[in-house]
Design a protein around this ligand. Structure first.
Ligand code: GAL
Length: 357
């Protein structure tokens, strides 16, 4: 039953308590005075994130579902999930490493997307540590799982600090492999399901982006954003230029592109993007150590699903800012490397910080 926007019915924990592949799923709530975030270990997904708007009204800014069952039925959107082993696309599901060719599922024909058929978003993660402000989850991806080489031990830790949610990843492997991990939350800073995100203001700290072919695989070029609809160096509405007749926007059905933040991973968290809800004044700052960020304007959302509070995931009712290495890096030697060697540790982190405009 549809409910008035803003009536935040609490999530029912037992709707998240089930068993999949002999592993228990649950819902974990991290909270402090500024932020309350609910996470399930099914896909290590953020289910909801509550912050106050400028009138002091609690607002849920992340799209999600009210039960595990609904995630199982609607998994193609990667709502709130950790995606891997390789977030984003790998051309034709093929890459070579140290002279061996690997074949992956082409689950987003003709390409491989977000780790394959189940990836990391449709598996149950083991709970390593759970406190009021911290949740640490672990997944062991077997050697050969989804076609990737190497057994990969992955830990994602969500930590609440003041008005920030820190997401940190660590991974190790027993064979050379490729790794690219991100959190795939869909934001609507006016409240999830409350309307299109086109009136949100966005700023992205990138003067280049990676244009793609018609199947969203980068051409290899790092193109300047200057003079294009991809110029978010100054704050601008997401909708300001989204309908411009520009080949890249046609290919993506809107924004679905990687912005170049840096030439390689950075040791420190650096401001990558700032988005502001025009109706609530809720401002999201994304800081990351990653060299890239994918702006996805919710082009494939079609109102097919009922999300929390009885609302719908209509076209462009949410956007993603996925911190990452560049798409198709395993086939693009000029891009920052995504290869992880045995003995090395993959470490990246991203912060979602909430303030008021
Ligand atoms: C995004 C990707 C989009 C689409 C979406 C899931 O990360 O860039 O092309 O696949 O995930 O629907």
């Amino acid at each position: 039953m549809a409910q008035a926007q803003g009536s935040l019915t609490p999530l029912e924990r037992n709707a998240f308590q089930t068993e999949l592949d002999y592993r228990k799923t649950d819902l974990f709530v991290l909270r402090n005075e500024q932020v309350e975030v609910a996470i399930t270990n099914y896909g290590a997904r953020i289910v909801s994130l509550l912050v106050n708007d400028r009138e002091g009204k609690k607002t849920d800014v992340i799209t999600g579902f009210s039960s595990i069952q609904e995630y199982l039925e609607a998994d193609e959107d990667y709502q709130g999930a950790i995606v891997g082993r390789y977030a984003n696309r790998i051309a034709k599901g093929r890459f070579s490493l140290d002279g061996t060719a690997y074949v992956l599922a082409t689950n987003n024909a003709p390409n491989h997307l977000h780790g394959g058929l189940k990836g990391f978003s449709n598996v149950v993660w083991e709970v390593l540590e759970s406190t009021d402000t911290k949740l640490s989850l672990f997944y062991l991806a077997a050697d050969g799982e989804e076609g990737y080489p190497g057994a990969l031990n992955v830990t994602v830790t969500y930590t609440l600090q003041d008005q920030s949610l820190l997401i940190s990843f660590e991974a190790t492997t027993d064979k050379a492999t490729v790794v690219n991990l991100t959190n795939h939350s869909y934001f609507n800073l006016n409240g999830q399901g409350s309307g299109p995100i086109l009136g949100h203001t966005l700023q992205v700290a990138a003067d280049r982006y990676t244009p793609t072919d018609s199947t969203s695989i980068p051409t290899g070029e790092l193109a300047p954003v200057a003079g294009t609809p991809f110029d978010f160096r100054e704050p601008k509405k997401i909708g300001a230029a989204i309908e411009t007749a520009h080949e890249q926007l046609t290919f993506g059905g809107g924004y679905d592109h990687n912005f170049v933040l840096a030439d390689s991973c950075r040791p420190d968290l650096t401001l990558a993007a700032v988005a502001t809800g025009d109706r609530t004044g809720i401002r999201l700052e994304v800081l990351t150590t990653e060299p890239g960020i994918q702006l996805y304007s919710g082009n494939f959302l079609k109102g097919k699903h009922t999300i929390k509070y009885g609302l719908k995931d209509e076209h462009r009712y949410a956007f993603c800012l996925e911190t990452q290495h560049f798409p198709d890096s395993p086939n693009q030697p000029a891009f920052p490397s995504t290869v992880l060697q045995p003995g090395d540790t993959y470490r990246t982190s991203t912060v979602f910080r909430f303030t008021l405009a």
